[in-house]
Write a protein of this length. Structure first.
Length: 405
């Protein structure tokens, strides 16, 4: 089987930014992750072995001087010591265990130093997605010329509607070529129509493809940063500690905060005026987009901040149509932009996209501790909580969330 991930930075920017913040703030932390397939997919016999082989192939990945030079230029907020760390970074297959049950369901578990294992999630999800279509033979139906045309049309419609948008699609892409095709189409559209429309294609979360196409690598953080801190210290003040840690590392850069790891209510209690002024905006990744936006507007209003001066990035499983409709609503309240993933990079006709995640489920502050603290993610969308049921219940009780929500 061909090696699927061939470049060290074929990964989302937020994995690198969080890795930097982890080393800076929690250098000895240990974590566990687990794989969740919301489609309950039955994978072909032997699929787990193929995934494990791909993980082993990651051991030969080394960041190149070209990749480092690109990140130094575009990711100015990264301290220089971090690139020294990346130059010496090597993956280990020992961090990952892949199995299948008798029915064919896939089980993937990751354990190790947080600063090491944090760079596995996106690559593993991209491997599983692309590998599934290869093994099933569906990749033979992919028409990349038509896909380019479809992506170009999406970009043209989004730009015409005034949408500021980015590609967030690495994790569940149909293939590397699919994401590559999308970014090429988006850039071509942007170059041709930049003066015609108010909207714009900003860049890609994928660092390597951003480098290849000379666009901006975009992204800040993911739920795992707050979830791990919640496991180590408790969910009540996890957002406060996370925002302080982020401030400690990036000093106001990368100023979009993902707030919904434990829901809006507990975040709002932690989002004081100093944080509201520090962060340029917030990212909406679950719940009802319009309702979440109104929560944000009211919170800023309570702090005497005009929400129209703040950025709000919407990334909650959006389509082109949904983003355009939301743009018309949100532009009256904030500076909206859109991070769109699966709809961009896994939208071939007749192909069911993956609905998979890898979530951090346990953490400990140091390897010297003999036990882990369980953690979870509490989504603002019903049915999307991630973690052990008993841990979810305990966290919800600790932050006084209705157990029926």
């Amino acid at each position: 089987m061909k090696q699927i991930i061939k470049h060290f930075t074929d990964d989302d920017l937020y994995k690198f930014s969080m890795c930097c913040a982890v080393i800076d703030n929690f250098p000895r932390a240990q974590v566990k992750y687990t794989f969740v397939d919301r489609n309950n997919t039955i994978y072909p016999i032997g699929f787990a072995q193929l995934v494990q082989e791909q993980v082993k192939m990651l051991e030969n990945l080394v960041i190149t001087d070209g990749e480092v030079d690109f990140m130094r230029r575009k990711c100015y907020y990264m301290p220089d010591w971090f690139f020294t760390y990346l130059k010496g970074f090597r993956y280990s297959a020992d961090w990952v265990k892949v199995e299948q049950d008798a029915e064919g369901h896939l089980q993937v578990d990751i354990e190790g130093n947080w600063s090491d294992t944090i760079l596995l999630e996106v690559k593993l999800l991209a491997i599983i997605s692309e590998l599934y279509y290869i093994v099933s033979g569906e990749d033979q139906t992919f028409d990349y010329d038509a896909y380019y045309d479809s992506a170009y049309e999406k970009a043209q419609r989004l730009m015409g509607a005034g949408c500021i948008f980015s590609d967030f699609g690495t994790r569940r892409r149909a293939s590397y070529k699919a994401e590559d095709t999308v970014i090429r189409a988006f850039k071509d559209c942007a170059l041709k129509h930049s003066l015609d429309y108010k909207g714009a294609f900003i860049g890609s979360s994928n660092v390597y493809l951003a480098m290849k196409h000379d666009v901006l690598p975009v992204g800040t953080m993911a739920h795992e940063f707050v979830s791990a801190i919640g496991g180590m210290y408790g969910p009540q003040m996890a957002n406060h500690l996370a925002m302080n840690a982020w401030r400690n590392t990036f000093r106001g850069a990368l100023g979009t905060y993902l707030y919904d790891s434990f829901g809006w209510d507990i975040f709002s209690l932690n989002f004081s005026e100093d944080f509201a002024n520090l962060f340029k905006g917030l990212r909406v990744d679950s719940g009802d987009n319009k309702q979440e936006l109104q929560h944000i507007v009211e919170k800023y209003k309570s702090l005497n901040i005009d929400s129209r001066t703040k950025q709000v990035i919407f990334s909650n499983a959006l389509t082109t149509d949904e983003a355009i409709e939301l743009q018309q609503y949100a532009k009256n309240y904030c500076q909206p932009s859109f991070g769109i993933g699966t709809h961009f990079t896994n939208d071939f006709a007749g192909v069911l996209p993956m609905n998979t995640v890898i979530k951090l489920v346990a953490a400990k502050i140091t390897e010297a501790w003999p036990f882990y603290n369980d953690t979870c993610k509490l989504s603002d969308s019903k049915g999307k909580h991630t973690g052990k049921p008993e841990v979810i219940r305990r966290f919800m009780e600790e932050i006084h969330v209705d157990m029926d929500s």
